[in-house]
Write a new protein. Sequence first.
Length: 406
Amino acid sequence: MALVVQKFGGSSVASLERIRNVANRVMREKEDGNRVVVVVSAMGDTTDELIGLARQTGPVLDDREMDALLATGEQQSAALLTLTLRNMGCDAISLTGWQAGILTEPVHGKARISKITPERIQKELAGGKVVVVAGFQGLSPGGDVTTLGRGGSDTTAVALAAVLGADICDIYTDVDGVYTADPRVVKDARKLPYVSYDEMLELASLGAVVLQPRAVEFAKLYGVKLQVRSSFSFAKGTSIMEVGQMEKERIVTGVAHDLNVAKVTLFDLPDVPGIAKTIFKSLARHGINVDMIIQSGNRNGHNDISFTITRDDLPRALTVVEQVRQETGASGASFGEDVAKVSIVGAGMQSNPGVAAAMFEALADEEINIQMISTSEIKVSCVIDAVNVAKAVQALHRKFALDEVD
Ligand code: ADP
Ligand code: ASP
Ligand code: MG
């Protein structure tokens, strides 16, 4: 008897009709003789709607109360799916994140899972029930409700699959797999039959929201067999697996883009030891993650430093950067939200020279200016003007012949 974890995203549970569709899928899995744990997201745009409501209460949004509010979205869909299953004659029980034993760090808004005590889930499974867990949430050591960051139900599902030793973790969503680019942006994007954990981690971290990066991290760490599939069709999905099991390495597997980017520049910093330390330690102290960094060459003993952060962090970064500007004697600072990041990802690029150059050529041919570049063994990323993002993704997709992937 296999143990299957099925995760259904917001669009898959957006209405009672869709919840019935999900219930049918769950029952089919159960009738095949499997034990089933289901993880659900909040219905449709519920999380965004709750954030909108919270904003109407005033300018200050306490992190703890925001988590208490947002976690209710997933509790609604878990209970509604369970009621639907029971009305269809399937024995099921819903559990909140904490009832399911999910403990996290004491951080609000993007907590990491620290431990799972799965005894309650195991007991309910042993009793023959389908266990429906509310995704995206956990409990801090101090007993407060925490949430796992946007897209966090993916991580709930993979972490549960890991701790329960599930045979498979299926991520059901509104696309039938992982594509060579976001199918909403590139209409010729092709579905990939498989993607390595490392490539998927890069794609997800670089903006492919189809999986939360931490979910892929967990899957790789614990060897969870992961599949991305459609909840609206029975088409074969995409397997996320270890690279050694793959038939061949692709030079470029996919293109990702991210609009949740802001660029900050500090001008005329003294070119002396300790300046970068001062800037980036202050940002780290305030919990602001920095992505790309570039420093200009020395100009009369001074230089400029630009870096990118997520747009969500920009309001908090403004104050920190002003403090840093005064501390370092920089002549000024600028902030840009009209930027985006486009990236190519592929395990084969490390052994094929000229891939980055081909990317720059594709962007140049479209007269798209590159503001920043960063590379790793299996990816190249460029920061460009946000207005050009769709054009850039489409040009890169063509350049690397991704519409011909079979
Ligand atoms: P869910 O609500 O099911 O978690 P998400 O909206 O979080 O769904 O993720 C699915 C979406 O991810 C798709 O609708 C698609 O637009 C987007 N996406 C971005 N990049 C990719 C990609 N490379 N392959 C497939 N989908 C992608
Ligand atoms: N409901 C949360 C979100 O919208 C978590 C999730 O869907 O995975 O980000
Ligand atoms: Mg998602």
